[in-house]
Design a protein around this ligand. Structure first.
Ligand SMILES: C[S@@+](CC[C@H](N)C(=O)[O-])C[C@H]1O[C@@H](n2cnc3c(N)ncnc32)[C@H](O)[C@@H]1O
Length: 212
């Protein structure tokens, strides 16, 4: 189910999240959970554009101290319910990515899963802020759709300039060490909005540890 960008994203996403169903499911994104070996208990994580909480709740279940934000109050309310049901604590916030208080060198992990709401200018600000908020040695785990997804039409923004290529990500994250860059096709089964054959990109990148 592809969608166009919209002028009032909080309201649009509130409507999408208004039912009882979790529209991307309650299980974590598969690319994220395939990297569970990276996560050390007690470390800090930020989930960006966290939606209904499936990824932040899973991160908390890995023993991490998790902050999360999303522009949709309805999504955040459902995320809180999911965390309560799972018996874990997440510091949930309603925030636009441009208004979030991006603390410098704050997180061991930043997770950005399908945050392709951002047009190129917003995306550049978002990616710069992600780099700023990582601790030296910290990891970014990111998943998105590639331009080929426009052929599949099974999820994501229907706008070419919101989609990611390997070249784009390597350029935006040139200061990070690319641990994994995976361009692939897979059958997604994430609730009702991400379902079917999909053209994906997954990246794990590390801010170089501080020199001793
Ligand atoms: C495709 S959903 C992905 C949600 C979540 N990351 C996941 O994988 O389940 C995109 C999310 O971005 C949020 N969003 C849209 N525009 C935003 C903005 N400007 N700042 C923060 N979040 C935004 C939406 O409310 C929605 O929850």
């Amino acid at each position: 189910m592809t969608s166009k960008p919209f002028s009032d994203p909080a309201n649009t996403w509130d409507k999408r999240f208004s039912g009882t169903e979790y529209v991307f499911g309650t299980e974590p994104n598969a690319f994220l959970s395939s990297h569970r070996h990276l996560f050390g208990s007690g470390k800090t994580a930020l989930s960006v554009g966290d939606g209904e909480g499936r990824n932040s709740v899973w991160l908390a279940q890995q023993g991490l101290v998790v902050d999360a934000f999303d522009i949709s109050p309805v999504g955040v309310a459902k995320a809180k319910q999911l965390a309560q049901r799972a018996g874990v604590a997440v510091n949930f916030n309603v925030s636009d990515c441009d208004s979030w208080n991006w603390k410098p060198t704050a997180y061991d992990y930043v997770v950005a899963i399908f945050v392709q709401f951002a047009d190129p200018d917003m995306r550049h600000r978002l990616f710069s802020n992600i780099i700023k908020t990582l601790k030296p040695g910290g990891y970014l785990i990111l998943q998105g759709y590639t331009p080929k997804q426009l052929e599949f039409d099974t999820g994501g923004p229907g706008e070419l300039d919101h989609l990611y290529t390997e070249e784009l990500l390597r350029s935006e994250f040139a200061d990070l060490r690319i641990v994994q860059m995976k361009v692939y096709e897979s059958e997604l089964n994430e609730g009702s909005r991400h379902r079917g054959p999909s053209a994906l990109i997954g990246m794990v990148a590390q801010l170089p540890p501080a020199a001793l």
